[in-house]
Structure formats: structure tokens, C-alpha cells
Unconditional design. Structure first.
Ligand code: MLT
Length: 403
């Protein structure tokens, strides 16, 4: 008889955003006349920019002609895109990253979840708390998290991120093998400085650990002193993998394209992680579509960058509106600067799911309860700047109106 992967039965309920969607759908079904404003999941609302759309149209035409038709592409992505990524994202700050260290994929979420395939089950994993749930759940699925004790996973090292430490984790007592970091942070919106990242890079090198650095929100950093990539820190190429995405940079949440950087200098147990990941990808993945990769290439053209920066400015204006509105109403608010996420304390210490339900029912605004991101997220909610500008203003008024 077939046996199931028992690790799945240890998982708690549904994936956070699936649970939010379920509660939202339940409310909408019971109250079809209510117009909800959704500032929950970080999903973009602006269409793809003109230059991206034109590039994708041209790529469709390529597929229609025998002389330009493309079949299976390279597992690691087309060279035209990997070279554009190096030129745009790494060369400007002199990072030692080359095109053969880049793997194009269908998004950072898949890669963050799948990367665990190349690591042994008995590695100890550290995550920030609160944390993007994919890192934790993916490790739980592969048996690396231990057991759920009602609040936490017994084998995960949690790195508390709170108001006391400015939402930047401190080095843990128990030494992990794999460390997930994400800056600008989802969900708190905090951004680590170069000095703060340097501490983690030095620590990982001293302990032979590997950092999984999620930089999906890097283009939201406007402060030029803040690092957009972990490879701005010398030595990171020997201890860090970086995940990146076109979703939040250029509105690809539905189009799907991301990339993962695994430097050739990153070796453990005598093995090149780049080689092992290539082995994994060539076995389980057949690449991102040609049409999408042509669209992604256009993002990094001069016009593409101009267009995505305008869209990001629009979302960051929403973030400012939310932050100011909630602060003026007396809430303690973090994030929303160099990050599209706003992380706000609930009023009077109300539990996050209760506040989520209150805002859903009384303000008809969908948010994300902080507790869904980990125990340290209790007492917070997250709102996103990715909505429509007019709807965002209205949402803030509605939220403030029920405080
Ligand atoms: C979020 O809301 O945290 C993100 O949209 C989820 C994701 O990028 O997968």
C-alpha cells in the first residue's frame, strides 16, 4: 500500500494566504453586497508595462515562425536574460556574479521552496520570526522542522524580530546550518544595513552555514546606502544563495519569472552547490517559457527600468498613505519605507486574527494577521501598498473609522 509523506500531516492547517482567501470567500458569500478592499496578499494590481508587453508580443511572433520558433530552452534560462540580469543587478556594484551562476525560474517562491532538495534532512534551519511561511512549511514538508509543539517547530531555530531589535535578527545561541534572511523583509518591511548583513555573512562563513537570501523586494529600496543584494557584502559568494523575482519589481505575479543566484565559489562537503542545483533543475524543471523570458529581459532595458520605477513609486505612495493614516490614528507602524509592506501593531494588544476578522467584517478591508507569520507576529497586522491608489485611501479611512 502506498505510504504518504508523513511530514505533510504535521503541517498546521492551510497555507496562510489560502486561509485568508478562505475566510474572505466565506464572508463574501454571506455578504455579497459588501465591496471588499484587499490589502492582504502582496499581489500587484498594475498591468505589465508597455515595453514588457511589446517584447512578449514579439516573442509570440517568434513562436509563430519556423525560423524563429523555440522549443525546450536551457534549464538555467536563456543567456540573453541571464546576461541582462548580471548587467542590471550585479555589475553596477561590482559583485562577482556571472551569467553561469544564475538560474532563471518561474519565481522566487518555487526556488525558496525547492532549494531544500539539495540539502540533507538533518541540517538545522534558522528563520526570522515573523517569517514568510514558505521557508518554514517547505522545510517541514521535507522533515527538517521536527514536530509542531502548538506554537513552534521543535527543530527550527527562530530568530525573533521585534521592536526591540528593529526587526533585524540577532545571532542565535544554537548554530544553524541553513539561515533564511529576507530584506526588505516580508512581512515587517525592515531593511538590513550593510553592517548588519556583514555580521551574518561572517557568521555563516565561520560556521560553514549557508544563507538563503530572499531579495524579492530589492527594487523598493530607495535609500542608496542600503544593500539590494547580499553580494554587496564581500565573501557572501562563498556562503549565500540569493533568490530574486520579477513579481514585485515588474508585476510578474501572474506571468511568473524569477531567478536564483548560486555562485561557483559556494561549496560544501567538496560539492559545488551550483552543480548540484543544476542537476536538480535539469531533472525536475524544463525552464521558464521563452515568451516570459523575453518579457523579463525587457524589464532591464532602459525604458523597462523607467516604467517599472514609475509603478514602484505608485505603490510606495500607497505605502506612505497607509503608514501616515494609521500613525495619525495612533497605531505603532513599521515598514512602508524602502518596502511595500506596512507592519502595524493592533490596537490595545488585540490578537491579530481577531483584528483581521474585525477589519474584514466592520471595515470590509482584507489584511494579513501577523500571527500567521510566526509567534512574534502576534499583535500585528500586515498591509500592502500593492493596491489601487483610490481604493487604498478608502481602505485607510475605513480602517481608521473602526478603531
Ligand atoms: C505575500 O503576500 O507575502 C506574498 O505575496 C506572497 C508571495 O510572494 O508568494
Amino acid at each position: 500500500m502506498v505510504k504518504m509523506n508523513e511530514n505533510f500531516s504535521k503541517l498546521q492547517g492551510s497555507y496562510l494566504f489560502a486561509e485568508i482567501a478562505r475566510r474572505t470567500a466565506e464572508y463574501t458569500t454571506a455578504n455579497p453586497e459588501k465591496k471588499l478592499i484587499k490589502l492582504g496578499i502582496g499581489d500587484v494590481t498594475k498591468p505589465l508595462s508597455n515595453v514588457v508587453i511589446s517584447a512578449m508580443h514579439r516573442a509570440v511572433d517568434d513562436m509563430a515562425d519556423k525560423s524563429t520558433f523555440m522549443g525546450y530552452g536551457p534549464y538555467e534560462g536563456y543567456e540573453f536574460l541571464r546576461e541582462a540580469i548580471v548587467r542590471h543587478d550585479y555589475a553596477p556594484f561590482g559583485a562577482p556574479i556571472r551569467a553561469d551562476e544564475i538560474f532563471v525560474s518561474d519565481g522566487a517562491k518555487s526556488d525558496c521552496g525547492n532549494i531544500g532538495d539539495i540539502f540533507a534532512e538533518d541540517n538545522v534551519v534558522a528563520v526570522c520570526d515573523p517569517v514568510y511561511p514558505v521557508y518554514v512549511d517547505a522545510n517541514a514538508m521535507s522533515g527538517r522542522a521536527g514536530d509542531w509543539d502548538g506554537k513552534r517547530w521543535t527543530n527550527i531555530v527562530y530568530l525573533p524580530c521585534n521592536e526591540q531589535n528593529g526587526f533585524i535578527p540577532e545571532l542565535p545561541v544554537r548554530t544553524p546550518d541553513i539561515i533564511y534572511l529576507c530584506f526588505p523583509n516580508n512581512p515587517t518591511g525592515a531593511v538590513a544595513t550593510k553592517e548588519q548583513l556583514r555580521i551574518w555573512v561572517d557568521y555563516a562563513r565561520r560556521n560553514d552555514a549557508v544563507i538563503m537570501y530572499d531579495a524579492a523586494y530589492r527594487e523598493y529600496i530607495s535609500d542608496s546606502g542600503l544593500p539590494r543584494s547580499i553580494y554587496e557584502i564581500g565573501g557572501a559568494e562563498e556562503c549565500a544563495i540569493e533568490f530574486n523575482s520579477f513579481s514585485k519589481t515588474a508585476g510578474f505575479t501572474g506571468t511568473r519569472c524569477g531567478y536564483t543566484v548560486i555562485p561557483k565559489a559556494l561549496k560544501r562537503g567538496g560539492e559545488s552547490l551550483n552543480d548540484v542545483w543544476m542537476r536538480r533543475q535539469s531533472t525536475k524543471f524544463n525552464g521558464t517559457s521563452y515568451i516570459v523570458q523575453r518579457g523579463a529581459e525587457a524589464v532591464f532595458s532602459e525604458q523597462g527600468e523607467k516604467e517599472y520605477r514609475e509603478i514602484i513609486a505608485y505603490y510606495m505612495n500607497n505605502a506612505r498613505v497607509i503608514k501616515k493614516g494609521l500613525e495619525d490614528a495612533g497605531l505603532a507602524v513599521h515598514g512602508g519605507v524602502n518596502s511595500p509592506y506596512i507592519w502595524a501593531r493592533t490596537p490595545d494588544g488585540m490578537p491579530s486574527w481577531d483584528f483581521f476578522d474585525k477589519l474584514l467584517r466592520e471595515a470590509n478591508v482584507v489584511t494579513t494577521p501577523g500571527a500567521g507569520f510566526g509567534p512574534e507576529g502576534e499583535g500585528f497586522i500586515r498591509l500592502t501598498g500593492f493596491g489601487d491608489a483610490e481604493a487604498t485611501k478608502q481602505a485607510v479611512e475605513r480602517v481608521v473609522g473602526v478603531l
